[in-house]
Write a new protein. Structure first.
Length: 488
C-alpha cells in the first residue's frame, strides 16, 4: 500500500459528482479485485465479460477502503464505505482528470508500435534516480489503464511517465487530452495491428494522436531513422508543438548514437544528447534497447533532468517478465543434468519485435553442445498480410543462426513449412500442445527464446520450461493461472 494519501471521500465525491457513504480515505486505486491492496479505492467497472460489482465484497474483505459503484453491490452491507455514482467508467475518468489537474510535476507520455513498456520503464528508472517519479504500472495503457494511472498519481511527485496504447484509430487522442503530456515519445511506427489499419501510414497517423493533448510548450520526441518521420513531424506541427526533437543514428538527430557494442546480456553505448557527450552501459541487450535509451535521455533533457545521472542509472534496468527477462533453468533429469537459459518474450509480438528478439538470441552463446532455439507463436492482428509477414521471419531466423524452431498457430505453420528442414524442431496447432514438445526436447546448454502475441498464449510454454527447474523442487509443476476478474 502506498503511504501517500490519494483520495478522501469528499475529494472523490467532488471529482465524480457522486455520493459518499462513510468517511473514508484511500491510499491507492484498483479496478482488479485479484490485486486489490489494503487501503485501495476499488472501482467496480463493468466490461464485456465481467461486472466489478460482483467482486466488491471480496475487495472489501481484502481491505479496500471503499467501493465506487453505480448500483448496490451484492454481499455488501448498508453501512459499507461506498461512493455511489451514475456510471463507474465515467467516475474513473473523472478521478483521472482531477488526478492530472492536481499533479504538480511534469508528465511524459510514450506510445509506439513496439517498445512502449520497456521505454516507459527505462525512463522511470532514469528519472527516479533524480526525484520522486510515478509511472504506469505494467502496461495499463488503454481507456481504463490511463485514467487509473492518473488517479493513482501522488500530487507531490516531480515526474510521471505514462504509457498510451491503441489498436484502432481515435483511441490515443482522448488519452492524450486526459494526461496532458509535457513530453511525448513515439518509439517507432511499424506493421502492427494491421488488421485494423489499411496502411502503416495510417498507424503513424494514429500514433501521432499523442500530440492532441499537449500544450505549445511541449516537446515531441520522434524516431529520426523512421521513414514516417516527416508524417509525424507534420502532425506535431499541426498540433502546435513548439519543440520537435529526434533520436537515432542519423547525424542530424538530437540524440545521436555515436557507437555501441552489443553483447549477449548488455550493451555499451556512446551518444551525444543535444550536444552533451555521454557513455553508458545498458544491462538489457539488443540494438532496440540502445535506440530507445536515446529517446529516454532526450526526454530527461526535455523535462529538465540531469542527462549524465540518467545515463548512469540506465545500467540498472532489467528486461521485464515476458519482455526479455532471462532465467537459468536447472534440469534434474539424470540423462539431462545441467542448465539451460530461458529468454521470456511471451508477452507480445510483431514482425519488428520478433526480429529484434532474434538479434538478441543471435548474440547468446550456448554452453557446450547447446543450441539456439526459437519457440514462436502467431503474431496476431496483421490482417491480410499475416501469411507474408510470418514467412518473412525466415531470413531473421537464418541470420540469427537458430538451430531449431518450434512453432504453433495457423500463421506460424506457413513459416515452419518455409524453413530449411534442419531448422524444423516441431509444430503444433497451439501453445498447449507445443509446450510439452519443447519441454521434452530442451537440454543443458541450450538458449531458448519464447515469443508470440499475447493471444497465442506462449506463457504456457514458458510455464512448462520453468516447471523443469530442479533448483526449487518445482520439476514438473506448472504454476496455476488465476481466474480472470474485474479489470483483467
Amino acid at each position: 500500500m502506498s503511504q501517500d494519501l490519494l483520495w478522501t471521500a469528499q475529494d472523490a465525491a467532488a471529482a465524480t459528482g457522486g455520493t459518499p457513504i462513510g468517511d473514508w480515505t484511500a491510499h491507492g486505486v484498483s479496478i482488479d479485485s485479484r490485486t486489490v491492496q489494503r487501503g485501495d479505492l476499488f472501482i467496480a467497472l463493468v466490461g464485456p465479460n465481467f461486472d466489478g460489482h460482483e467482486f466488491a465484497a471480496d475487495a472489501l474483505r481484502k481491505g479496500a477502503a471503499a467501493i465506487v459503484a453505480h448500483r448496490p453491490p451484492a454481499g455488501v452491507g448498508p453501512d459499507a464505505p461506498l461512493l455511489v455514482v451514475d456510471d463507474t467508467t465515467e467516475a474513473l475518468n473523472d478521478l483521472g482528470t482531477l488526478g492530472r489537474l492536481r499533479f504538480r510535476g511534469r508528465v511524459a507520455a510514450i506510445t509506439g508500435s513496439v517498445g512502449k513498456t520497456s521505454t516507459k520503464e527505462a525512463l522511470k528508472v532514469a528519472l527516479a534516480a533524480q526525484a520522486p517519479t510515478f509511472a504506469t504500472a505494467g502496461n495499463l495503457n488503454n481507456h481504463w489503464g490511463v485514467p487509473l494511472s492518473l488517479a493513482r498519481m501522488p500530487a507531490e511527485h516531480a515526474y510521471a511517465v505514462l504509457e498510451l496504447g491503441m489498436n484502432h484509430a481515435g483511441e490515443i487522442a482522448p488519452l492524450s487530452r486526459l494526461c496532458k503530456p509535457d513530453v511525448a515519445i513515439v518509439t517507432t511506427v511499424e506493421a502492427a495491428h494491421l488488421e485494423n489499419f489499411a496502411t502503416v501510414e495510417a498507424i503513424a497517423d494514429a500514433k501521432a494522436e499523442i500530440f492532441a493533448g499537449m500544450n505549445p510548450g511541449g516537446t515531441a520526441i520522434l524516431p529520426r531513422n523512421s521513414p514516417h518521420l516527416p508524417r509525424l513531424v507534420a502532425h506535431a506541427r499541426t498540433a502546435g508543438i513548439g519543440q520537435i526533437w529526434s533520436f537515432g543514428e542519423h547525424v542530424d538527430a538530437d540524440a545521436r548514437l555515436v557507437d555501441c557494442s552489443l553483447h549477449a546480456t548488455c550493451s555499451a553505448v556512446s551518444a551525444v544528447i543535444r550536444g552533451e557527450a555521454v557513455q553508458y552501459s545498458l544491462s538489457a541487450p539488443g540494438s532496440h534497447w540502445v535506440l530507445n535509451s536515446l529517446s529516454v535521455l532526450l526526454a530527461v533533457k526535455a523535462l529538465g533532468g540531469d542527462v549524465g545521472a540518467a545515463a548512469r542509472a540506465l545500467s540498472t534496468i532489467q528486461p521485464l517478465k515476458g519482455r526479455g527477462s532471462r532465467s537459468r533453468i536447472r534440469l534434474g533429469r539424470p540423462s539431462k543434468a545441467g542448465a539451460f537459459t530461458l529468454i521470456d518474450e511471451c508477452y507480445n509480438a510483431s514482425p519488428t519485435s520478433v526480429a529484434a528478439s532474434l538479434s538478441v538470441l543471435a548474440k547468446a552463446d550456448p554452453d557446450g553442445d547447446g543450441r539456439r532455439i526459437a519457440v514462436l507463436g502467431d503474431m496476431l492482428e496483421l490482417g491480410e498480410r499475416a501469411g507474408t509477414l510470418h514467412v518473412g521471419l525466415k531470413q531473421p531466423l537464418v541470420g540469427a543462426d537458430v538451430d531449431a524452431v518450434f512453432a504453433c498457430g495457423p500463421h506460424m505453420a506457413k513459416l515452419f513449412d518455409a524453413l530449411p528442414p534442419a531448422m524444423r524442431g516441431a509444430y503444433a496447432a497451439d501453445s498447449a500442445a507445443l509446450a510439452p514438445m519443447v519441454a521434452a526436447t530442451v537440454r543443458p546448454g541450450d538458449v531458448v527464446m519464447v515469443k508470440g502475441s499475447l493471444g497465442s498464449r506462449m506463457a504456457l510454454v514458458v510455464d512448462a520450461l520453468q516447471a523443469l527447474d530442479s533448483g526449487d523442487g518445482g520439476a514438473g509443476r506448472v504454476p496455476r493461472r488465476r481466474r480472470a476478474a474485474n479489470g483483467d
